[in-house]
Ligand binder design. Structure first.
Ligand code: UDP
Ligand code: MG
Length: 136
């Protein structure tokens, strides 16, 4: 089933100059990029985006990090896009990420882990509308 999912290239990977390599990989893996914008996420937007993590101990750090510099927001389309994008990203902790995944190649730490992807649930439409209201 053709699906859309939401992705971010996080501030660590943008700052390190990995934008091009990650976009190139996304295209090689057969995703259609239906939306892409470079932006800096505001604190209020980050609080909505990461609202699901509000109770977690790393919440404050997470919001500070995601607003610390420019990101690339992505709307990605593919057959089974939500799982396919999470598979391409790899595990949250780069120490556990499989060879060939983006987080294995580009992540610095569990917090500064290069990319975001919607979870396989209702988060994809929520996140897509939050960042791409004009196309969703
Ligand atoms: N995170 C963190 N410490 C943790 C777990 C997660 O800093 O122990 C950060 C990390 O940047 C992660 C984000 O919080 O990408 C959201 O966590 P989630 O469990 O949803 O992981 P993801 O879906 O990004 O793999
Ligand atoms: Mg998540």
């Amino acid at each position: 089933m053709i699906e859309r999912t939401f992705g971010l290239i996080k501030p660590d990977a943008v700052a390190a100059g990995h934008t091009g390599a990650i976009i190139s990989r996304i295209e090689k893996e057969g995703f259609k990029i239906v939306g892409m914008k470079k932006m800096t996420i505001s604190r209020p937007q980050a609080e909505v985006f990461y609202g699901v993590h509000k109770a977690r101990p790393f919440y404050e750090e997470l919001v500070t990090f995601i607003t610390s510099g420019p990101v690339i927001a992505l709307a990605l389309e593919k057959d089974g896009a939500i799982k396919a994008w999470r598979d391409l990203m790899g595990a949250t902790n780069p120490a556990q990420a499989a060879e060939g995944t983006l987080r294995k190649q580009f992540a610095i730490s569990i917090g500064q882990n290069a990319t975001h992807g919607s979870d396989p649930a209702e988060t994809a439409p929520f996140e897509l509308v939050l960042f791409f209201p004009e196309i969703m």
